[in-house]
Design a protein around this ligand. Structure first.
Ligand SMILES: NC(=O)c1ccc[n+]([C@@H]2O[C@H](COP(=O)([O-])OP(=O)(O)OC[C@H]3O[C@@H](n4cnc5c(N)ncnc54)[C@H](O)[C@@H]3O)[C@@H](O)[C@H]2O)c1
Length: 495
């Protein structure tokens, strides 16, 4: 029994790239799937898509996923639709083939069952011809990979009922999608028309020897593509218009419509009526937000996308990772306090808003992060820099202990000092204190044990003599400092 009311079993017609993606999305939502595909290889291919989807969902969300639905392959389209609650057709993009399979399936499916077609651009009015109860056919146009991308365009034909479109929207929403309801039927719907425009221009650029496929992809993925992923075209252009917004953007770039910036020169006349329509729609989108607020939103989204890409080390994420490495390399070693016999002040940070919990305090884990970042800065001060790492040597953390003494809040400046507790050839025992900068209150401490390693062999090794000398210099200067009372604490030790 699926956890989604009224959606226990779906029938899928076609199990290729898209049908396999639908199977994965429904199954991972706990819905049973009956699938018809004449290709004997279909089960193997569909299982491969489902395996990808399982992997992706494990990373996508920490939320508990329902028990997976069951998957059953059947030999005829009729068997795939009997007793199901919804049907999705994803057969090859040929009108005659779609019509014939839908005719057969709709003859035996319960008349109340809605059919979605995955077609990329064929009109639903044509697809529904010949169906039994054609009013239940909608286009439900998804995007590859169907199990991850939320968009699904819903488009009805002449015979489609409003109830069928609403039921399709309900089904797609229940499995984590974002339906876009079209009010007018049009070839290619909305999304594929936009993609076609870019693709056609790209084909011209290659045809005319102006750009390679790689240059074209780079032009998208390092720039506008990142913005498109969360704001689309119009909200981004509103911001580009500065404080005067869309009105100014249209005044500035309207004339370029007559310039040869594209091969697609069949452009609408940018008359006052069109300008007014666009400006009004843009105002609605902005929903009262100022350009500054939209800029902040845009920047936060960009940071999230780019940081996300950094975790996979690809595209703009790879650029960001390289940039950060260079920043670390270029950063001056932390200035040694005038009195180097004191704990070294190695790190300073202003607490960002996103570090703060629901209770208004900095989250526990951030103190470990601050102390770890301070220890990294201290290691860089000792000479553990990019060259050192490239040489196959590093210090790895083997143990940490954090204590909490007072709170900090968003916007507080915190500085961290480091004290060497002990060291030998392989080990370095550090103690960090985190202070609020305004009144120097001690808010947290971090104690860490580092092991010097050969990163290629993956095992501990003695640090080179120069490194030991540098550690000794700091440690000797700090010998008169008292051993911190928190050092060596165990959890629950009396304060
Ligand atoms: N690939 C995309 O990016 C994409 C995106 C959105 C929508 N679509 C649409 O989805 C539909 C399927 O495209 P695809 O990319 O999955 O193609 P595909 O070639 O990967 O899969 C089509 C599947 O249909 C099967 N098939 C052939 N005859 C059939 C029949 N009579 N009944 C049932 N199944 C049959 C094939 O064996 C194959 O497994 C098309 O309408 C396409 O326009 C594709």
């Amino acid at each position: 029994m699926s956890p989604i009311p009224g959606l226990n079993t779906v029938g899928l017609l076609g199990g290729g790239v898209i049908g396999g993606g639908w199977a994965a999305r429904f199954l991972l939502n706990g819905v049973d799937v009956i699938l018809y595909d004449p290709d004997p290889e279909a089960p193997r291919k569909v299982e491969a898509v489902i395996a990808n989807a399982r992997r992706a969902y494990a990373k996508l969300t920490m939320a508990p996923l329902p028990v997976e639905g069951t998957l059953r392959f059947v030999a005829t389209p009729e068997e795939a639709v009997i007793g199901v609650d919804f049907v999705q057709e994803s057969a090859p993009e040929r009108l005659d083939l779609k019509q014939s399979i839908l005719q057969r399936a709709s003859a035996v499916a319960d008349p109340s069952v809605v059919f979605g077609s995955s077609t990329s651009g064929i009109l639903p009015t044509q697809i529904q011809i010949g169906m039994h109860h054609p009013e239940r056919l909608v286009v439900g146009h998804p995007f590859n990979p169907v199990y991850l991308l939320p968009l699904v365009e819903i488009c009805g034909g002449d015979a489609t009922s409003t109830a069928a479109k609403e039921r399709a929207a309900e089904v797609y929403t229940s499995i984590g999608m974002r339906p876009l309801m079209l009010t007018k039927e049009i070839d290619g719907f909305i999304a594929d028309r936009l993609l076609e425009a870019v693709w056609r221009e790209a084909l011209w650029l290659i045809n005319d020897g102006i750009a390679t496929a790689q240059q074209i992809d780079d032009a998208i993925r390092f720039g506008a593509g990142l913005r498109w992923s969360f704001m689309g075209t119009f909200l981004v252009y509103r911001i580009a218009g500065g404080e005067a917004g869309m009105q100014h953007f249209l005044a500035q770039f309207g004339p370029t419509l007559q310039w040869p910036w594209t091969k697609l020169m069949d452009v609408p006349d940018l008359n006052q009526e069109l300008i007014d329509t666009i400006v009004a729609q843009s105002d609605d989108q902005a929903n009262g937000s100022t350009i500054r607020e939209l800029e902040e939103l845009r920047d936060d989204c960009l940071v999230s996308v780019m940081q996300g890409l950094r975790t996979v080390g690809y595209g703009a994420g790879e650029v960001l990772a390289d940039f950060e490495r260079a920043l670390f390399d270029r950063a001056p070693a932390p200035a040694v306090a005038a009195d180097s016999a004191q704990p070294l002040k190695v790190h300073e940070i202003r607490i960002p808003t996103e570090w703060v919990d629901y209770n208004g305090h900095t989250n526990d884990s951030r103190y470990a992060q601050m102390s770890g970042d301070a220890a990294d800065a201290f290691l860089r001060y000792l000479g553990v820099d990019a060259d050192y790492l490239r040489g196959g040597h590093s210090y790895y953390t083997v143990e940490s202990h954090i204590t909490y003494a007072a709170q900090s809040h968003a916007g507080d400046v915190v500085y961290v000092t480091s004290q060497v507790i002990s060291y030998d050839e392989k080990r370095l025992h550090l103690f960090n204190r985190m202070h609020r900068a305004d009144d120097h209150t001690l808010i947290s401490t971090g104690e860490h044990m580092y092991l010097h390693v050969d990163t290629v062999a993956g095992k501990a090794m003695a640090a080179p003599p120069e490194m030991i000398e540098r550690i000794a210099a700091v440690a000797n200067a700090q010998t008169h400092l008292e051993r911190p009372t928190q050092a060596g604490r165990f959890v629950g030790a009396p304060r």
